[in-house]
Write a protein of this length. Sequence first.
Length: 124
Amino acid sequence: MQELPLPGATRISACYDQNGRRHLVYNTAASCFFRWYDSQAGGMVPTEYAGVLDAQCILDDPRQYWSASSDVLLIYTLAGVLNVREQRDRFGVVRVSKAAPGLKVIAAGMNNANRLQVECIPVA
């Protein structure tokens, strides 16, 4: 297992896409850093999102039946809004999901009803 240097990491989230490629996001006191597989570059690409402190990456639907339409998602709050970026857009398009003033993301994943669920808590 390769050890990654994560300077100043306060929180880490990781997942695998349907092809088994690792995606990793870690948060610091000022931003988050996301390492993801870019098919155009043919390898892992690091991306920084300044001001994002609560990012999570997940595979939206890990079931094999849905493998053709599943995506790795990057979910976070910024300026009081819940944002989602998708692998199919190379994480370049921000989808504003819902106003979330005073909240931060602590977990995301598929719930028992096979729906994506994001858990948020108030910012202290």
